[in-house]
Design a binder for this molecule. Structure first.
Ligand code: C2E
Ligand code: MG
Ligand code: MG
Ligand code: MG
Length: 288
């Protein structure tokens, strides 16, 4: 009896593994053939500064529509990284994001673009960014890059130099998914970046989970002493907003405020329109 159930479990396991592998192969194949201009598109999710009652930035998120279905970035970004084609995707995204928003994006609002750790470590990333900004006459002050802790673990001097150069250009740097990666505090304290993006996993149960609250409180404290800004991602309810505000957070991104929008919808989501929504639905921040 023990044997047969063990064997059944093993079969189930190999079957799942086989399925995952087939799925991966399929994605690889699709990616190799993908025509970016036809299959990729962008959505923009507002990042809201409740103190200043304005949209601070729009995060640019890539979408992939392949033969009638949408494939999630969670399912293809890491594969694209392994295949060595993430650089083409991230560069396409940067270019198109600027192209699609430059006619309406206000001067004091940034585009926040995700840069894979693999792409961040490419030698020609900065020249590409410079060239693209030049080409569209897009101010570096309007560009923010979201990188994960993984991007920061290679040789300290190389990472430092790269961040410094981006800083000097006027580009804002945020650490995405902060708290779930592998960076050391010793290293973080010496690196030039601007912002911690508190990972969604720390706020999902913040209404009831004291430990999540403690973690967010600790991150906010860390940010305060290191003179960094914070933003919370994945905010889905008013209750979360209130708890997070009490903990000292005031910049938010999440479905509670807006889902990621197509450029023509994001444009209508103007700060002045949005102001009313905030004023109507939000209590005044306790920190103002
Ligand atoms: P991320 O950078 O942490 O982006 C936030 C993710 O959370 C997005 O998922 C967004 O749609 C989702 N999200 C926003 N608000 C909420 C909310 O209230 N609740 C929940 N449950 N989710 C929310 P998405 O668009 O599926 O992207 C997943 C990940 O794929 C991103 O995580 C990012 O790491 C990566 N990604 C997306 N676009 C790009 C890109 O152009 N380049 C690179 N390198 N990675 C990208
Ligand atoms: Mg991001
Ligand atoms: Mg994130
Ligand atoms: Mg995340």
């Amino acid at each position: 009896h023990v044997k047969s159930s063990g064997k059944g479990g093993f079969q189930l396991y190999t079957e799942e593994l086989g399925q995952a592998l087939r799925f991966r192969r399929e994605i690889e194949e699709y990616l190799r053939q993908a025509n970016f201009d036809q299959e990729l598109y962008l959505v923009f999710q507002p990042q809201i500064d409740l103190h200043r009652q304005r949209i601070q930035a729009y995060e640019v998120l890539v979408r992939w529509h392949h033969s009638g279905q949408d494939i999630s970035p969670n399912d293809f970004i890491s594969i694209a990284e392994d295949m060595g084609i993430i650089r083409h995707i991230d560069r396409w995204v940067l270019k198109k994001a600027i192209e699609q928003t430059q006619s309406w994006l206000p001067d004091d609002t940034r585009l926040s673009v995700n840069i894979s750790a693999v792409e961040f470590n490419q030698h020609d990333l900065i020249p590409y960014i410079k060239k693209t900004l030049d080409e569209y006459q897009f101010s570096a002050k309007k560009l923010e890059l979201e990188i994960t802790e993984t991007a920061l673990i290679s040789d300290f001097k190389t990472v430092y130099t790269k961040l410094k150069e981006l800083n000097d250009l006027g580009i804002t740097i945020a650490i995405d998914d902060f708290g779930v990666g592998h960076s050391s505090l010793a290293r973080l304290k010496d690196l030039p970046f601007h912002k911690l993006k508190i990972d969604r996993s720390f706020i999902t149960e913040i209404q009831s989970d004291e430990k999540q609250k403690s973690i967010v409180k600790a991150i906010v404290g860390l940010a305060y002493y290191l003179e960094l800004d914070t933003i919370v991602e994945g905010v889905e309810s008013q209750q979360q907003v209130e708890i997070l505000q009490a903990l000292g957070c005031y910049v938010f991104q999440g479905h509670h405020f807006s889902k990621p929008l197509k450029s023509n919808e994001a444009l209508l989501f103007s700060p002045s329109k949005f102001k009313n929504i905030i004023l109507k639905d939000m209590p005044k921040s306790r920190n103002v």
